[in-house]
Ligand binder design. Structure first.
Ligand SMILES: Cc1cc2nc3c(=O)[nH]c(=O)nc-3n(C[C@H](O)[C@H](O)[C@H](O)COP(=O)(O)O)c2cc1C
Length: 178
């Protein structure tokens, strides 16, 4: 669904370079079914083969943003009504918490706090990385900023040989929370 009411709320979906990003179309579909207009902002590494960029652009009806616009160029997306980061990598979570804004995705996340819009994050971080104290500190800091986190997801193969569902829609449920 790309032809949506121009008055519909606008959701930024920030996509990081995790393997699970290949399924980000599921989140976009679910968001559009809930009447969000969607604009995707990807980290530069995520643009490097982690998901089907052409399919996502067709789905949203908008170019994916990854690089900063040039001075004087108009903002390609409207201001966000809410922001989701899914999947959120170890790298981006830590840089976001530290206030580093050296990619458009990080700058967007850092700014979203000041805009006061709801922010939901679905990390996909291996247990071995999640054990790092810096990551735990980052989660505490971001939670303190009001960021709503989904349940931990390691992406690792379970006992049955398969990976558990990532639960993309959880991000949208978290935005609904008052
Ligand atoms: C195939 C592949 C899958 C990856 N999956 C993950 C992942 O699930 N979670 C994660 O935190 N990093 C993962 N990484 C490592 C990140 O891509 C790397 O830390 C990168 O710096 C993240 O950049 P970004 O946060 O700017 O997107 C993966 C790397 C590769 C090559």
């Amino acid at each position: 669904m790309t032809e949506q009411d121009e008055r519909a709320p606008f959701l930024y979906v920030v996509v990081c370079a995790a393997g699970i990003a290949t399924d980000v179309g599921k989140l976009i579909t679910a968001a559009q079914e809930r009447q969000w207009r969607v604009g995707v902002i990807a980290t530069p590494l995520a643009m490097n083969g982690f998901f089907d960029t052409a399919a996502v652009e067709a789905q949203t009806g908008r170019p994916i943003r990854s690089a900063w616009r040039r001075p004087g160029e108009p903002r390609p997306f409207p201001e966000p009504d809410a922001v989701v980061v899914a999947p959120a990598t170890f790298n981006t979570v830590n840089k976001w918490a530290a206030g580093i804004a050296d990619t458009l995705a990080l700058g967007t996340l850092c700014e979203a706090y000041g805009l006061g819009v709801p922010i939901a994050a679905l990390p996909c971080v291996a247990d071995a990385l999640a054990a790092h104290p810096a990551y735990q500190d980052s989660l505490i800091r971001l939670r303190g900023m009001g960021v709503r986190f989904g349940e931990p997801y390691s992406g690792e193969v379970g006992e049955g040989g398969g990976r558990p569902e990532f639960g993309w829609e959880r991000a949208l449920d978290l935005l609904d929370r008052s």
